[in-house]
Design a protein around this ligand. Structure first.
Ligand code: IPE
Ligand code: IPE
Ligand code: MG
Length: 255
């Protein structure tokens, strides 16, 4: 995981020119999409799954190498039990229906999130998806599920503290790189572009460490309406940004 500025690039090797190597999306607005149509919130979540499918497909075709999607936050457990249960049902539905096709298309699935509290059947499906697709090379889809960035940072810190206490790590071995290796996203490059839909202008505990130098694009489009044109528009906005990483001139290629 490249966490120092000179390891980063505007776009990574292997991505077409101007296409971010890693796009992370906060898929928001399902409930409002449904409510504005007089439909139950679950209908918005269902349509959100279709938007996810479209987006994975579009990102792959555009040459994005890593796509991270925020699908369930640790804080989402605060929702009514019926909605949580609907969301658990939908992640299972997505995995059962789409895993074979994602695998055929060479998509590698990685799960980022706390394994505890996840219902056993959901955890088993997520594990199976990771195992089945682990050697795929076309694109990596990181599913942030039961994810919270602060919790992720705390568990990394705890693992380091344990290693230091056990004598297998010295305090001077604690570096940006060794820390990043203990995050759920170990081996995934930092996101170049973070998109949030639905007009909300906040991170909601998403990728706090990894987004240190990401570019942000906020759109009013509600997630169930998000499509390839919206993704291309976000990429076009990204292309106009100058990434300087604290220096004075734009950094476009890896050091
Ligand atoms: C995003 O849509 C999906 C999840 C957070 C799981 P929301 O359910 O947050 O939709 P709004 O924000 O209430 O419209
Ligand atoms: C963030 O959306 C989490 C996901 C998209 C999974 P929320 O809708 O939960 O965020 P807040 O509560 O509005 O900050
Ligand atoms: Mg929301």
């Amino acid at each position: 995981m490249g966490s120092s500025p000179n390891q980063k690039a505007m776009t990574g090797p292997g991505s077409p020119a101007g296409v971010p190597r890693h796009i992370a999306i906060i898929m928001d607005g399902n409930g409002r999409w449904a409510q504005s149509r007089g439909l139950p919130r679950i209908e918005g979540h269902r349509r959100g799954v279709e938007a996810l499918r479209r987006t994975v497909d579009a990102a792959g075709k555009l040459g994005v190498q890593y796509l991270t999607v925020y699908s369930f936050s640790i804080e989402n457990w605060r929702r009514p039990a019926s909605e949580v249960s609907d969301l658990m049902g939908l992640i299972k539905f997505f995995m059962r229906r789409d895993l074979a096709e994602l695998h055929r298309n060479g998509v590698r699935i990685c799960i980022a999130g706390a394994p505890d509290e996840v219902p056993h059947d959901v955890g088993a499906l997520l594990h199976e998806a990771q195992e089945t697709t682990r050697n795929n090379k076309a694109m990596t889809l990181v599913i942030a599920f039961n994810y919270g960035a602060r919790q992720e940072i705390v568990q990394a810190t705890r693992r380091i503290a344990e290693a230091v206490a056990a004598g297998t790590m010295r305090p001077e071995d604690v570096t940006e790189a060794s820390f990043a290796k203990r995050l759920y996203t170990a081996d995934i490059p930092d996101p170049d572009l973070v998109i949030r839909t639905s007009g909300e202008l906040r991170l909601s505990n998403f990728l706090l460490w990894q987004s240190a130098y990401a570019e942000f694009v906020f759109t009013d489009v509600l997630w169930p309406d998000f499509d390839r044109a919206d993704l291309e528009a976000a990429i076009a906005t990204f292309r106009q940004r100058e990434r300087r990483y604290g220096g004075l001139s734009p950094v476009e290629t890896p050091a």
